[in-house]
Design a protein around this ligand. Sequence first.
Ligand code: HEC
Ligand code: HEC
Length: 159
Amino acid sequence: MNKRAWITIIISFILSWSIVIGWSASRSFDSMAMASVDKATGNFKIGEDLYVENCATCHIPIPPSVLPQETWQEILETPTNHYGTKVEGLTGFTQRLMWQYLQNYSRQLLKDEIKPKYMAQSRYFFALHPQINFSSTITINSCIECHSQGQNFDYSYNE
Ligand code: HEC
Ligand code: HEC
């Protein structure tokens, strides 16, 4: 066999093992009870765990329901261009499971509606806050003012 064939075999071996290891690691994450907005069940649980694992390191985990499916899709598809930074380590397999989760817990835009980049531009964010007159601009840092457990993916309101 030539050198190239050997490299291909070795790479596919490493890849399949990282999938197996990644899978079991995400399964063991299940045991960490996490209160969330719409608690993911069944098949979506792995996607939710991967989402929290990959998307809550630099900022709090953002609930899927506050943004449309189209925005989540763009975020997952362009990890190297993420709001001025880069999200590392999103493999195709991880992306797929995360997409299934995000897609299931968010909604589509209406026809001709502009895709929001930020929660502050998202109709879905305001739909979840019908009674509230926000005095300051909404940013990813303002959630904890009213959702003190946001970091734990728990968006219940602190009375
Ligand atoms: C390397 C750090 C990092 C990682 C990892 C990361 N983000 Fe971000 N994210 C940022 C930064 C920085 C911003 C911009 C925050 C700001 O505008 O103040 C941001 C902003 C966002 C916003 C917009 C927030 C708003 O104001 O509406 C969303 C949505 C988002 N990230 C989703 C994700 C998702 C989904 C993942 C996982 C795939 C992820 N992030 C992983 C750094 C990161
Ligand atoms: C000024 C206070 C305030 C701020 C700031 C705020 N929220 Fe809320 N949020 C609320 C209140 C009040 C509710 C409604 C609680 C209810 O009626 O059950 C709510 C509800 C929600 C819900 C629905 C929860 C559920 O279980 O149905 C989500 C998701 C949510 N907020 C996410 C966010 C995110 C993400 C941010 C930051 C970008 C944010 N909120 C900022 C006050 C706030």
